[in-house]
Design a protein around this ligand. Structure first.
Ligand code: NAD
Length: 339
């Protein structure tokens, strides 16, 4: 049966893929997004236009607004919402060092507003996007959901972990089903321009220099965006009480090898400038995905090679159409591997 799903952050990278998947299967999507200026609002508008003109696009409704606006959030829930996918956030590890108050405000207070509005209504499930950064620099790999997550390395990570805990209290007090999904380095078409995958493509294409921290020897569990979106939809369909699930690929790849793979597709080299490692970055992120397999039948399907090929084709098409996502608008200290 078709449901009415509130997708916060629907105009963004992951949100646009999740919304498209929900629409394609016949759900109604209420997309709440404030087109945050952190990166290319014009590209987010293009994402939304694509949703509205794509399969079942008439079932997509954009609400331009802020999750911190309590009255607006209350009004949306009062109109009837069956389930929530909460993706809206200020993102990026290093940028959170610049404006930590804003990160906490959006990522924690914004989440609180949604949980508060949801608790007064029969909202079947609440899927909360979180991050592998919640684990910090845990020595033992891969990260498993029972690992301690009490040593975040940056305000972004702390804000997301705090939101997870807040959501637990709403489950405990009011019985709200909440599934927390910890995403591992997501990449693919509509990639955020502040993320390494995009920056490497940009460097290959334009010759721009980009910093490569720690000789590119950090490992990341690169996960293709469609695998993530499918995991989100499967989690939405299976309320579990309160659970935290890793959504990754389960096979980390060294950053330098990921870059070399992109260079192979492009037939050209990126312009990498070696820099010392920075403290807010985890050395390795690697997901144990057995719990997600068991509880929501999650199974990543796209290999890194295929995913990079798809990302490259999207980027090349966007470049030729001059639709390339602009660089982040907000000034940021150092960019590298972030989520
Ligand atoms: P994104 O920036 O592309 O999407 C976030 C969206 O939220 C944007 O469209 C933005 O305009 C919107 N937004 C920001 N502040 C808002 C506010 N106050 N009110 C309403 N909308 C607001 O980022 P993304 O990569 O798609 O990330 C989506 C979610 O996944 C985030 O919660 C992020 O923390 C999480 N995540 C992403 C990754 C990754 O690799 N991309 C990894 C781990 C976790």
């Amino acid at each position: 049966m078709s449901q009415r799903i509130l997708v916060t952050g629907a105009a963004g990278f992951i949100g646009s893929h999740v919304s498209a998947m929900l629409l394609a299967r016949g759900d109604e999507v209420v997309g709440l997004d404030n087109f945050d200026p952190y990166y290319a609002p014009a590209n987010k508008r293009a994402n939304v236009e694509e949703l509205a003109s794509g399969p079942n696009g008439s079932a997509f409704r954009l609400v331009e607004g802020d999750i911190r606006d309590r009255a607006l959030v209350e009004k949306l829930f009062a109109e009837g919402i069956d389930a929530v996918v909460h993706l809206a956030a200020l993102v990026g590890v290093r940028a959170s060092l610049e404006i930590p108050h804003d990160y906490l405000d959006v990522n924690l207070t914004g989440t609180l507003n949604l949980l508060e509005a949801a608790r007064r209504r029969p909202v079947r499930n609440f899927v909360l996007a979180s991050t592998s950064s919640a684990y910090g620099n845990t020595a033992i790999q891969p990260f498993i959901e029972t690992d301690p997550a009490d040593r975040p390395l940056a305000p972004y990570a702390a804000s997301k972990r705090a939101a997870e805990m807040l959501a637990h209290s709403y489950h405990h007090l009011y019985g709200q089903d909440v599934t927390v999904l910890r995403f591992f380095t997501v990449y693919g078409p509509r990639n955020r321009p502040d993320m390494m995958a995009y920056k490497v493509l940009d460097s290959i294409f334009t010759g721009k220099q980009i910093p490569l921290y720690g000789a590119g020897d950090m490992f990341r569990d690169w996960t293709y965006v469609e695998d993530i979106a499918r995991g989100v939809v499967q989690a939405l369909d299976r309320p579990l009480g309160y659970e935290i699930l890793n959504l990754g690929r389960g096979q980390p790849v060294r950053l330098l090898d990921f870059i070399r793979c992109m260079e192979e597709f492009a037939g050209r080299k990126a312009h990498l400038v070696p820099q010392p490692k920075v403290d807010s970055d985890a050395l390795t992120t690697s997901a144990d995905i057995e719990k997600a397999r068991r509880l929501i039948d999650y199974e990543p399907r796209v290999s890194v090679r295929d995913g990079v090929g798809r990302l490259w084709r999207w980027y090349a098409r966007a470049m030729s159409a001059e639709e390339k996502p602009a660089a982040p608008a907000r000034s940021r200290p150092k960019l590298g591997v972030v989520d």
